[in-house]
Design a protein around this ligand. Sequence first.
Ligand SMILES: Nc1ncnc2c1ncn2[C@@H]1O[C@H](COP(=O)(O)OP(=O)(O)OP(=O)(O)O)[C@@H](O)[C@H]1O
Length: 296
Amino acid sequence: MEHVLEAEGLGKRYGGRWALRDCTLRLPTGRVAALVGPNGSGKTTLLHLAVGLLRPDAGAVRVFGETPYENTTALADIGFVAQDTPVYRDFTADELVRMGGKVNRQWDATLARTRLAQAGIPPRTPVGKLSGGQRAQVALALALAKRPRLLLLDEPVASLDPLARREFLQSLMGSVADSGTTVLLSSHILADLERSCDYLVVLQSAKVQLTGAVDDIVAAHRLLVGPRHHGGPIDGVADVVRARHTDRQSTLVVRTGGPVTDPSWTVRELTLEDLILAYLAGSGTQTSHAAWGAAA
Ligand SMILES: Nc1ncnc2c1ncn2[C@@H]1O[C@H](COP(=O)(O)OP(=O)(O)OP(=O)(O)O)[C@@H](O)[C@H]1O
């Protein structure tokens, strides 16, 4: 299957307000995808729709070709770690691993125990007495033990210290590279994502702003610095994503349509973090996202 997750015009409304709107994206199999956007942009809503916890108010979402809220068979192949890493707090990590074996069709208890040991999680302490970061490690170990084909993680690293975050992401990448699992991972920590993700979905104000393979997105954008620009076309520039000006100088984040050869512009590459921030900065810029918004 080429795409693990597909959304078409997907929308979810709370009262009169759209939490997610006109969301169209296709997540290719085997990718590790970052889901980013400001607070309240619809990330959790998208993940909950994908796992069948919510029913769409518009459009459709399909996971492995099935609609998750109607057909729960797809859920056996989805691992989901919610934002607050809910685990049964009175149980120990060891007990949770054993329970997982009773309720899951395929269950790799050895994988879970190995991961927990590597993360230094005490196996016989009730998880309610562990730190938030340790509970996140337990939740991830349990999700991976399910051997899912799709792993959805809602801010899994938010409670981890910088070193634990790096180790967590590295070991996650190792696990999914071995198994071919597709991952969709929401996070606010953009610098981490550049190292660990090869696909990107940016949400803003309930809408998909940018989506595609990280390499393609980075290759298609440039930072231009040059004399004060007053609008009008620039050769090789398809869209200006963000413009900042002083009296004498303009700094533009652009989506290119070819080489920018005008010698009055200095052309630089952008980091993924700078590029995402340029898209999220939004207002006061000439922006056209249609080509990326629809990309898959
Ligand atoms: N149960 C709910 N009832 C009413 N409104 C909700 C509910 N859940 C989410 N919303 C609203 O939907 C919008 C999207 O919320 P969502 O939790 O999906 O955002 P998010 O991008 O995950 O945010 P964060 O980064 O803060 O976790 C927000 O405006 C939020 O207030």
